[in-house]
Write a protein that binds this ligand. Sequence first.
Ligand SMILES: O=C(O)C1=C[C@@H](OP(=O)(O)O)[C@@H](O)[C@H](O)C1
Ligand SMILES: C=C(OP(=O)(O)O)C(=O)O
Length: 452
Amino acid sequence: MTDNPRPRAATSRKSSALSGRGRVPGDKSISHRAFMFGGLAAGETRVTGLLQGEDVLRTGEAMKAMGARVERQGAAWIIQGTGNGCLLEPEGPLDFGNAGTGVRLTIGLVGTYDMTTRFVGDTSLSRRPMGRVLDPLRQMGTQVVEAQAGDRLPITLRGPKHAAPITYRVPMPSAQVKSAVLLAGLNTPGVTTVVEPVMTRDHTEKMLLGFGAALEVKTDPEGVRHIRLEGQGTLKGQEIAVPGDPSSAAFPLVATLIVPGSDVVIENVLMNPTRTGLILTLQEMGADIEPMNRRASGGEEVADLRVRSSHLKGVAVPAERAPFMIDEYPVLAVAASFAEGETLMQGLEELRVKESDRLAAVAAGLKANGVDCTEGEATLAVRGRPEGKGLGGATVETHLDHRIAMSFLVMGLATEKPVTIDDETMIATSFPEFMALMRGLGAEIETVEEAV
Ligand SMILES: O=C(O)C1=C[C@@H](OP(=O)(O)O)[C@@H](O)[C@H](O)C1
Ligand SMILES: C=C(OP(=O)(O)O)C(=O)O
């Protein structure tokens, strides 16, 4: 178990207009993959803009434990990879802390190696289902030597002598499952195919192509994606410039929208269309978000977002959009709390298996702070109060979930009464600079040393 032994509460309160420019840290999905693919590829990979959050650093440690050399040189990370197929058996368990992406992708990466690997994580990660990545691996010949009830961590895997390639139809919209199967395919002879009925973030496909993998994506007339990977090819070290994380940008963005009179620019945000569902939804709600200076960076499009506080109106968010904004629902629910009318969010089943049951955690936090909302099996309806009159005043349970913590701190910047969260320490998993950035824009947030 690796839980932070000292939780720290934090309170945010009604703030005057936010202003200025800010830069969010590197994209978490791309940063994990930069360490993994760099650690696996032959030769040197140089990464700039890497997210130095706890989740990603644990992936770096795991790659080191399996033979890669990983070191920081000023603003860059230099990785000397092992070469595809040449990872070493780690001497001890790989501890992924709070990181679903780290553990699920690495389970795929090493699952087809003829070696024994043990995976552990914190209380939150140990509650999350791993069967979704173990099932395809079992088909490829991996033995699950140890797993807790419901295929949960700690897990020990023993890979086969020779893995069998599979064609796998991903049963839920999950980039982590898609990626785990493709990474297992890297060390498997022949062709591994992933069939993806609902498109999810495509960083694995794009980055593997960049590293030289023999990968091909075809979309059939029904819109189903077929991703075909030839195993045991050569991967070559790359230069990677990681763009700013849109999932982190979501917090200053929503804060700016709901604090009256605010005007903020968030620089260098990744605009990959599989990640911009929140921006689209907020624009439909009437948000003034202007992407400026759109440009290419490291094989992706980035932009600076100029955001001004806006009168928001409730909308129905289509279920099909969920994969493109999956981590942004908690903060969208906060924006909806200040919108006129009802915002209906649909297709949220995957929210129940994140760092917390996010649907339940968000609904509980909103209700405690006076927001009128209804939680369904896979839906959330929020009826907002423009100007936040009468809202706030409660302490929110974060359940070791960084997005719940940041979302409710954003909420307290515009509610009548302050909002407290029981712990802010886990924000460092994805956005260590959150407090400094928000305070720099004028947000009133204070931390309290003792747990509440
Ligand atoms: O592949 C990735 O980098 C991620 C995929 C998503 O998870 P799922 O695949 O479980 O939807 C997302 O929630 C997570 O933060 C990052
Ligand atoms: C779900 C998330 O991450 P992970 O699955 O990597 O823990 C997230 O960052 O919101």
